[in-house]
Ligand binder design. Structure first.
Ligand SMILES: NC(=O)c1ccc[n+]([C@@H]2O[C@H](COP(=O)([O-])OP(=O)(O)OC[C@H]3O[C@@H](n4cnc5c(N)ncnc54)[C@H](O)[C@@H]3O)[C@@H](O)[C@H]2O)c1
Length: 305
């Protein structure tokens, strides 16, 4: 049974990148829950289409074709929401780009474009929304869209780094904004969208029944008053699974010396850290140095006499 979440009706929400895919689903579901939505997308026609769909079922929405990569446009977007709906109560920092490349195939222009949208866009829109929320003094909620790729994934170095930045930003802003009553959380979705269609590997890990709508209840919950007291969290929803993503932490044992020289660093690794190396990446790959302990050695082939 779908229960009504508290504190979405008549609240003003900004959703970036909401012309298609996940952002569109978040905007539609927010409007269905009674929120007034500023539907942003750099593709202004798509933003308008989503806003029209919302108005078509009696919801409240306006479209914005601002780019999140320009701080002035991000500010204007938020100001439009305030002018139209009287406030910004919630922000879904969803606009994002993705491509696959191995490190030696990277092109600086493509790297910059991705970082501008996925990192600076989230920062600029977030800053503008936070200022508006603080000026009004009634708190608010931000949901940043990160990714499981933030843990590290092959061929996604720059994208992973951008989503790792979103995770760090979420933790830091949650600390900064708690006193102002602004909660900041992040989600790691998996859903069938244009982003997934572009990659054969993503298509393999994302069956067509993983629709963007299946992620919407999590985002709506985090924006709602029912999520009171929940901040600084990263939550992953990939269809059937829902879980918190563990925070990176300073791992014991923490060795102490007045100074570390090459010899003591090498000894620390040989004598202590050798057994504490971490499996890395989303796939949890065991570091080569540990593999001899974790992998079953291949059986020696039988030789004919
Ligand atoms: N689809 C997935 O499985 C998945 C997994 C993990 C994370 N994500 C993240 O979810 C978010 C939404 O992705 P999606 O799968 O819906 O992708 P999508 O490509 O379908 O939609 C992204 C939207 O962002 C818009 N956009 C791009 N640059 C913009 C800018 N400068 N200003 C405003 N809007 C801009 C695009 O026009 C597009 O409509 C992204 O941040 C993505 O990284 C998606």
């Amino acid at each position: 049974m779908n229960t009504q979440l508290r504190g979405l009706r008549d609240r003003a929400m900004v959703v970036t990148g909401a012309g298609r895919g996940l952002g569109e689903a978040f905007a539609l579901h927010l409007a269905q829950a009674g929120a007034a939505v500023l539907v942003n997308d750099i593709d202004a026609e798509l933003a308008e289409r989503t806003a029209e769909t919302i108005r078509g079922f009696g919801g409240r929405a306006i479209a914005s074709g601002h780019t999140v990569t320009d701080p002035e446009q991000a500010q204007e977007m938020v100001e439009r929401c305030v002018a139209e709906f009287g406030a910004v109560d919630g922000l879904v920092n969803n606009a994002g780009l993705n491509y696959e490349a191995l490190p030696w195939q990277e092109e600086p222009d493509r790297v910059r474009e991705l970082v501008e949208v996925n990192v600076l866009g989230v920062i600029y829109t977030g800053i503008a929304a936070v200022k508006a929320m603080m000026a009004r003094g009634r708190g608010g909620a931000i949901v940043n869209v990160s990714s499981g790729a933030s843990l590290g994934q092959r061929k996604l170095g720059v994208y992973s780094a951008s989503k790792g930045a979103v995770a760090s930003l979420t933790y830091s802003w949650a600390l900064d904004l708690e006193e102002a009553g602004i909660r900041v959380n992040a989600v790691c979705p998996l859903a069938h969208t244009r982003m997934v269609w572009q990659s054969e590997r993503s298509l393999r890990s994302c069956p067509p029944d993983r629709t963007p709508s299946r992620i919407a209840p999590l985002v709506l919950f985090l924006l709602s008053d029912d999520a009171e007291g929940i901040t600084g969290q990263m939550v992953r929803c990939n269809g059937p699974q829902l879980h918190i993503v563990g925070q990176p932490h300073l791992k014991a044992p923490i060795l102490e010396r007045t100074t570390w020289d090459a010899d003591t660093v090498r000894r620390a690794f040989d004598e202590v850290f050798g057994a504490h190396l971490e499996p890395y990446g989303l796939e949890k790959r065991v570091p080569p140095r540990l593999r001899k302990w974790t992998e079953t050695p291949p059986t020696t082939p039988l030789r004919s006499a």
